[in-house]
Design a protein around this ligand. Structure first.
Ligand code: NAP
Length: 511
């Protein structure tokens, strides 16, 4: 690793934020508000917005109502729809960056390749492709859906036509009149498939596991609705509360308290009724019917996806794929689907090696975070920090996200981090490390709640869900949102050790 700061000198910045998606933006705004303004944001791409910068496939939109999918301190009443488009979310990110004066402190096109803790200097050395950056504290804000996953299908590189991944859409790609195959039926495919079906000659959707697809209470936020939102007293707040409740009832509560709150079964009834209403052919309907509990994996929300399978030019292929060949996709039994374009809607590395963490991270005594998680299972105190890795915080660490709005997660974790940093500043501490006891206590609490989670019921056996990691754990946070909020504001600061480096003066101590 190159060095720009010799051990013992002050770091380049007090805080380095890695990633300029909404997590990084939320962290930066909170740091400025806490008057911790000596931060730098490092972003691999050439723009802000994270998932909404990279994912631009046809039909891309949020699948959580926009009233919840936004920061509480930057609520908009001019979303064009209840579920905003990807382009609108990208604009929201741009607006936040400009209106909060963040842009000049973002280093674009800079990829972090590794991070190592300098124990003597109480600082992190980030190895980037544009040289080393040192910072007292690091906030990992790289999101979870950042590394597209290719399917482990033989011959996937041998297709002679055009191959595209939903997460890296090529806007020069012409689909009109083409024979198109889509592998995957996750949330991305649910949006893509109905968007491209009308223009292609033939669309073949290769499904391995059907997704629970629920109706989407979507619609334009037109003049009258918008007027009401902007002018009726309490309308914005009431809409936000209703939206938060809806989100809470559609994932975190039924998934984490399945044994207590039987909402999953009701949701499944809604899903089955929707299938009956939308899909004409009973054989196709049966193939689209999930055989696992709602909540075992992320459901889709769409008013168009299921009905797309009624179209004459759309085929649902559920026989397993054997290989991709130069001509197309062949399924078991030697049926070849000849294609011009192959779309991989095969998702992302999630709890996979190389994504958690997204680059090698070495803590105290060279302790490697990936190896530590391999040996000890994924764990992080409140989903934020790990013992042995001082001054390092994550927005989306293991057992941090409960499945509600991602913005709620960001605000919760950032509140936690800012409490630590403010306390460090007050104590003139230069190293903050969560204690092993606090981490172990939190991990035990999370595991103890498994009995009620849907993931550990038999109904999830056939779900093939990316929520499960290589240890068979589901490192989502089994908590209602109100609890995550409460704990971020009230966790005991004694769960951390604050240490002061005596000489020379720490960065930020002049303030
Ligand atoms: P995903 O949910 O991981 O779905 C990937 C799909 O590819 C699955 O259907 C999977 O089948 C299939 N697949 C993977 N490898 C395969 C193989 N070798 N052979 C056959 N099929 C294969 O990915 P995604 O749809 O991109 O969604 C990822 C996440 O992004 C979502 O869960 C959601 O949280 C987020 N997302 C959000 C929005 C939004 O509106 N906010 C939109 C899109 C995505 P199996 O199910 O059998 O594994």
């Amino acid at each position: 690793m190159r060095t720009s700061a010799a051990a013992g000198t002050a770091p380049d910045h007090e805080v380095a934020i890695v990633g300029a998606g909404f997590s990084g933006i939320g962290a930066a705004i909170a740091l400025d508000r806490a008057e911790i303004d000596d931060w730098v944001m490092i972003e691999a791409g050439d723009g802000v917005g994270g998932a909404w910068h990279w994912n631009t496939y046809p039909g891309v939109a949020v699948d959580i109502p926009s009233f919840s999918y936004q920061f509480s301190f930057a609520k908009r009443s001019d979303w064009s729809r209840i579920y905003a488009s990807g382009a609108e979310l990208k604009r929201y990110a741009e607006d936040l960056v400009d209106s909060h004066g963040l842009r000049s402190r973002i280093r674009f096109d800079t990829k972090v390749g590794g991070a190592a803790y300098d124990e003597e200097g109480h600082l992190w050395r980030l190895d980037t492709d544009r040289g080393e950056v040192t910072a007292r504290f690091v906030i990992g804000a790289t999101g979870v859906f950042s590394q597209p996953k290719l399917p482990d299908i033989p011959g996937v590189d041998e297709f002679a036509g055009t191959t595209a991944h939903t997460a890296r859409w090529d806007h020069d790609l012409e689909l009109a009149g083409k024979r198109v195959g889509v592998i995957g039926t996750g949330a991305s495919a649910v949006q893509l498939v109905p968007s491209i079906a009308p223009e292609v000659e033939k669309l073949t959707v290769f499904q391995r596991t059907p997704i629970w697809c629920l109706p989407k209470p979507d619609g334009p936020i037109d003049g009258a609705r918008r007027w009401a939102l902007e002018n009726l007293p309490g309308a914005k707040l009431a809409t936000r509360l209703a939206s938060q409740l809806y989100v809470e009832l559609t994932f975190p509560l039924p998934a984490h308290f399945n044994g207590v709150i039987p909402l999953g079964k009701q949701g499944e009834r809604v899903g089955r009724r929707f299938l009956r209403e939308e899909v004409d052919d009973p054989v196709v309907r049966d193939r689209l019917t999930p055989r696992y509990g709602l909540g075992c994996k992320r459901p889709g929300f769409s008013n168009e996806y299921l009905a797309t399978f009624n179209r004459g030019n759309v085929e649902l292929e559920t026989t397993a794929i054997e290989a991709v060949t130069a001509a197309g996709v062949s399924t078991i039994g030697d049926r070849l689907h000849e294609l011009d374009v192959l779309v991989l809607a095969t998702g992302f590395k999630v709890f996979d090696r190389g994504n958690m963490p997204p680059y090698p991270i070495k803590g105290r005594s060279g302790l490697d975070l990936e190896e530590w998680w391999d040996e000890n299972r994924f764990q992080a105190y409140e989903g934020v920090s790990v013992p042995g890795f001082p001054n390092l915080f994550a927005i989306l660490g293991p057992y941090g996200y409960n499945g509600a709005s991602y913005f709620q997660l960001i605000e919760t974790q950032v509140r936690h981090i800012c409490r630590c940093l403010r306390h460090a500043r007050k104590e003139r501490a230069t190293a903050i490390e969560v204690t092993r006891e606090a981490n172990d206590r939190y991990f035990r609490q999370m595991l103890d709640r498994r009995t009620h989670q849907i993931f550990f019921q038999d109904t999830c056996a056939d779900a093939n869900s990316y929520y499960f990691d290589r240890h068979g754990d589901v490192p989502l946070r089994p908590s209602p949102s109100v609890e995550t909020h409460w704990r971020s504001a009230r966790f005991d600061l004694d769960d951390y050790r604050f240490e002061r480096r005596l000489s020379p003066a720490p960065a930020g101590s002049h303030r």
